[in-house]
Design a protein around this ligand. Structure first.
Ligand code: TXA
Ligand code: MG
Length: 346
């Protein structure tokens, strides 16, 4: 991720960072940019502050949160046991879009871990997140700053749209460089296992560990729940990262035909295609996207928001290539499809 060094943070932003740290110390919640998506941050040692996150997101209280740290040096305060694999992954990828699940240290609130014996931790690479963490001094619990089940925010304006009146302050760090949530690797029980694919790919992890990580098998799309395929929590709800407009994933071979058919029936159809050329049908909103997975991920959530805002009857998305480099994007699109169209059903 290409980020300005800390020295280039504008004075007005430094003032806002100090104000945010003060609000966090007082037990308030704050919108925080990271290189992945915007987070909704609270003092991870303050259960009352952490409960405000769940209230603002309308998120079930048993969903665990990720603790953000300014440096791996703080890890012993949060994790009871740091395996050699975990230490190597932290050294290789922090600061960066990797979350490690580790056995939790004594004193980590149940509100953060969802009552589990593990804790999720990461050191983000966004200069403003790092500056805020340094100024605050402790760990910040932060899930994505969207209402539960909705598309994750990748700009400060998205956070305002999602949670505007519920947060004390939103720090503006520009559009997120990565654009999708961190890769999550469980290092708490033996062989490292990828629970959620992200910008740190299985290949990159293999190069560090010297062997491939386990990968949590994907459930059928209909069984997709928010985040890691099967988070170790009870009662997780179905379907997320979802636009209100019904979204379908289709292979290129079927895309043009299906879009034309729906349009002929009088439906308004928005299409996100990458290998598949625009058929030039004026009844379709056809958006061509590049064939680079990192660029696709960077723009994905903003595109889904924009597509949703068109008020079309259907969003059709070309299925990404079946290549490991596309695993994270394919995962998020599958969840978006599974959870889409809720407005029609209720
Ligand atoms: O990139 C990211 O990870 C962003 C930014 C803000 O850092 N955060 C994020 O948080 O995506 P959230 O809450 O939307 O997703 C975190 C997921 C949870 O859904 C949870 O299932 C998983 O991480 N998680 C956290 N702690 C865990 C634990 N102890 N065991 C298993 N999964 C855990
Ligand atoms: Mg989330």
């Amino acid at each position: 991720t290409r980020l300005p060094p800390r020295g280039t943070i504008a004075p007005a932003t430094l003032t806002a960072i100090r104000q945010a740290a003060q609000l966090l110390r007082a037990g308030d919640i704050v919108g925080m940019p990271t290189e992945t998506v915007y987070g909704l941050a609270a003092d991870a040692r303050n259960p009352e502050a952490v409960r405000k996150i769940f209230a603002a997101k309308e998120r079930p209280a048993d969903h665990p949160l990720i603790v953000h740290l300014s440096s791996a040096d703080q890890l012993p305060r949060w994790a009871a046991d740091i395996s050699k694999d975990a230490a190597e992954l932290a050294r290789a990828f922090w600061p960066g879009p990797l979350t490690l699940i580790l056995p939790r240290a004594a004193g980590v609130p149940d509100e953060v871990t969802g009552g589990q014996d593990t804790v999720g931790v990461r050191v983000p690479s966004h200069s403003i997140a790092l500056a805020l963490l340094q100024e605050f001094g402790g760990g910040l619990a932060a899930p994505s700053a969207n209402r539960f089940g909705r598309i994750s925010p990748t700009t400060a304006a998205h956070v305002q749209q999602e949670l505007g009146d519920k947060v004390a302050l939103v720090l503006d760090g520009g559009p997120c460089a990565v654009g999708i949530e961190s890769s999550i690797v469980d290092c708490s029980r033996g062989e490292p296992e990828i629970l959620r694919p992200g910008a740190i790919t299985a290949d990159a992890i293999t190069r560090v560990l010297g062997r491939p990580p386990k990968v949590r098998a994907e459930p059928a799309a209909a069984e997709w729940t928010e985040e890691p395929a099967a988070p170790r929590v009870s009662g997780s709800l179905a379907a997320h990262y979802a636009p209100a407009t019904p979204l379908r994933l289709l292979p290129a071979a079927l895309l043009v035909e299906e879009a034309a058919e729906l349009a002929a029936e009088g439906s308004r159809v928005a299409v996100l295609a990458h290998a598949c050329p625009d058929p030039g049908d004026s009844r379709l909103t056809w958006i061509a996207v590049g064939a680079d997975p990192a660029a696709y991920a960077h723009a994905l959530y903003a595109r889904l928001r924009a597509l949703d805002a068109l008020g079309a009857d259907f969003i059709l998305v070309e299925t990404p290539p079946a290549d490991p480099a596309w695993a994270a994007v394919t995962d998020r699109l599958g969840r978006a499809a599974a959870g889409s169209g809720e407005a029609d059903e209720t």
